[in-house]
Design a binder for this molecule. Structure first.
Ligand SMILES: Nc1ncnc2c1ncn2[C@@H]1O[C@H](COP(=O)(O)OP(=O)(O)OP(=O)(O)O)[C@@H](O)[C@H]1O
Ligand SMILES: [Mg+2]
Length: 244
């Protein structure tokens, strides 16, 4: 990727320490409305999309995530920066209740995780590492399978979601014929079936070329500025986080 070709920025390499340092977080533009697209009373009361305090994960002796403190306002795009092995995926897995924290607390959209994980995740869309699909089915068919489990409202969102990510024209093609960028965008479309207030995306631009990265940035910006969603994404590229 073109950013990777330049010398690493010092802040990308935290002295080889395998931990997410809160100072490595780069907050992106706070552009757009701070009001979610469809707020309800409980949502309005809780002003933060993501909040963590002292969030820590140990694997045996290894500290993968070390005391992370985050306060991500609603209606913002927020990039979480760290090199390979820094703990980005582990942090996201904790937020989603996929792995237990060793210490600390966290909440999504005002709901503590894991205590109220189901409420928290009902308006969250997430991609952890690479989105996976049935390769022999089309993009639209893959979304239909997801929507079938979620109900009629999700089904009605398939068309708009495909439009939103720029895949409407190719939605009838089998996913195995998609480029990586198209699969990443289909992953976002899948998230949109839940009409999420918060999208959590783990390195969504990994492997994309400069054009694909630019398209992704534009899409994130529109979801934040026009739709009032919050986008929380991880990246190992400083440029990526700064430019959104
Ligand atoms: N299940 C596990 N068991 C033991 N160690 C783990 C486990 N998952 C992650 N780790 C360790 O935790 C640290 C953080 O890993 P993680 O995958 O969260 O990093 P990352 O920032 O997402 O890296 P990348 O940029 O390569 O995706 C690494 O040292 C990794 O080896
Ligand atoms: Mg990772």
């Amino acid at each position: 990727m073109f950013e990777a070709a330049r010398p690493p920025h010092p802040s990308e390499i935290p002295d080889g320490v395998a931990a997410v340092d809160p100072s490595q977080c780069a907050e992106m533009a706070h552009a757009g409305s701070s009001t979610p697209a469809a707020p309800d009373a409980a949502d309005a009361a809780a002003g933060l999309a993501v909040e963590t305090a002292g969030l820590t994960k140990r694997f045996g002796e290894r500290v993968a995530v070390d005391g992370v403190e985050l306060r991500v306002p609603r209606g913002s795009a927020f990039g979480f920066l760290g090199p390979n092995g820094a703990g980005k995926t582990t942090l996201i897995r904790m937020l989603l209740g996929l792995t237990h924290a060793s210490a600390g607390t966290m909440s999504l959209l005002g709901h503590p995780v894991p205590a109220r994980r189901a409420e928290a995740l009902s308006r969250v869309g997430a991609i952890v590492e690479e989105p996976r699909f049935h390769p022999h089915l089309s993009g639209r068919e893959n979304l239909r399978i997801i929507a079938a489990a979620r109900g009629a409202e999700a089904h009605a969102r398939i068309g708009p979601a495909l439009e939103r990510v720029g895949l409407a024209e190719r939605a009838g093609d089998r996913v195995k014929k998609y480029s990586l960028g198209m699969r990443q965008r289909l992953g976002v479309a899948r998230c949109l079936l839940a009409d999420p207030l918060l999208l959590i995306l783990d390195e969504p631009t990994n492997g994309l070329d400069p054009g694909g990265i630019q398209e992704f940035r534009d899409m994130v910006r529109a979801m934040v500025e026009r739709e009032g969603r919050t986008v929380f994404l991880s990246s190992h590229l400083l440029d990526e986080v700064e430019k959104i």
